[in-house]
Design a binder for this molecule. Structure first.
Ligand code: SF4
Ligand code: SF4
Length: 371
């Protein structure tokens, strides 16, 4: 079967709905990495994502894709924030590593706060380097990656970016709240990372410590609760996680396979996907948002003068009251360093919240549930 392709927003690039995430190949030998990347290409994947910051991932991809360069779309990233660094340490090195004179998409990497966005977009910011490189035809399109949908929404509104790279998974669906519609309106391409939780994801499932097909139940105090959400084993979990993402209006998703077997597995999931079953939709409360008021975890209310970890507490409260993940959240709450009982009700957070949330009241209610 031929891999389904989707249009990556206004870039017009036709990208395979399953792309290739380039972090895990860092752990493979050069030979192994090249075999896995080439196998992905041969099975119909044409979108390959890497980054200057991912060890030797760019070099391995460059070597694996050199002979088919014009058949594939390569996306990399620069974590540099200034124009000079992005041009010299970032782009120049990426071109060399990838063995190419032209990169399809270069993304500002990990833009997670408005301050960082402003710096990267300032007169001497990294974006300038990418714009110059575009004029010189060394890159075709400019994108942005980050974990804070609020900040990525701001970036889209500047009109400077052709694509976004953002997390989406069963637990972290913040991108569905506003960002996808903003991207659609601006015809910006949507690429999804951390479909299976990624490393350091909100609940660190299911890749954490166990690779792609691992056994994260040990990290989940109530295994029956975990199974109800994510399936009984790693293969089932990977499948369900990907199906959940594919059911959204996204252009491509980039899980990071570490073997030929994993490549075949993720491709099969895409080939077999014809929409979620009713059982899946019910289990995941598909396309529903938490009842208002709810926190978007944008982080703008921070820092709290008393150190209360507002976004984390309010997000976990959503896991508790909306996604029904009760035991885990109650086990985790006491581990938060500064909790609701430290709040002096100064009102700072309510003034700063762009969604005008009644944060103090919400924290008190969260405390009752999570304690
Ligand atoms: S009201 Fe409470 S949580 Fe909000 S900023 Fe003040 S002390 Fe922090
Ligand atoms: S309380 Fe408001 S400002 Fe703070 S993280 Fe949530 S949505 Fe953002």
């Amino acid at each position: 079967m031929i891999m389904q392709k989707r249009r990556l927003g206004r870039t017009g690039l036709q990208v395979s709905v399953i792309g290739f995430g380039g972090i895990p190949i860092i752990a493979l030998s050069r030979d192994e990495a090249e075999k896995v990347v080439r196998h992905a290409y041969e099975r119909g994947i044409n979108y390959f994502d890497t980054a200057r910051a991912y060890g030797d991932s760019e070099e391995k991809m460059g070597a694996a894709l050199n002979a088919v360069r014009d058949e594939v779309i390569i996306a990399t990233k620069t974590h540099q924030r200034t124009k000079e660094d992005a041009a010299r340490a970032g782009l120049k090195q990426s071109l060399r590593n990838l063995q190419t004179d032209r990169i399809d998409l270069v993304q500002l990497h990990g833009i997670d706060s408005e301050e960082v966005l402003q710096k990267a977009m300032g007169p001497e910011g990294a974006l300038r380097a990418l714009e110059e490189a575009k004029t010189q035809e060394r890159i075709d399109y400019i994108g942005i990656s980050g974990h804070n949908p609020y900040v990525l929404g701001k970036a889209i509104k500047t009109g400077k970016f052709d694509a976004i790279l953002v997390p989406l998974n069963v637990i972290d669906r913040r991108a569905t709240e506003e960002l996808f519609s903003l991207a659609n309106e601006a015809d910006v391409g949507v690429v999804i990372m951390k479909a299976m939780g990624g490393c350091g994801a909100p609940l660190q499932y299911p890749q954490w410590g166990a690779r792609f097909l691992g056994k994260p139940e040990q990290d989940w105090p109530d295994s029956s609760e975990f199974v109800a959400h994510f399936g009984k084993d790693g293969i089932e979990r990977a499948k369900r996680s990907l199906r959940f993402v594919l059911a959204h209006d996204i252009d491509t998703v980039i899980p990071g396979p570490r073997s030929i077997e994993e490549v075949d597995h993720i491709i099969k999931v895409a080939e077999d996907f014809h929409g979620l079953s009713n059982e899946e939709k019910t289990a995941y409360k598909f396309e529903q948002l938490p009842p208002e008021p709810f926190c978007r975890k944008c982080g703008l209310c921070m820092p709290c003068p008393d150190g209360v970890e507002i976004p984390t507490i309010l997000r976990w409260d959503i896991y508790y009251r909306f996604y029904n993940i009760k035991k885990w959240t109650r086990d985790q709450y006491p581990k938060i360093r500064t909790r609701v009982n430290s709040c002096t009700e100064c009102g700072n957070c309510e003034e700063k919240c762009p969604y005008s949330l009644p944060v103090i009241r919400m924290l008190k209610e969260a405390k009752k549930r999570l304690e």
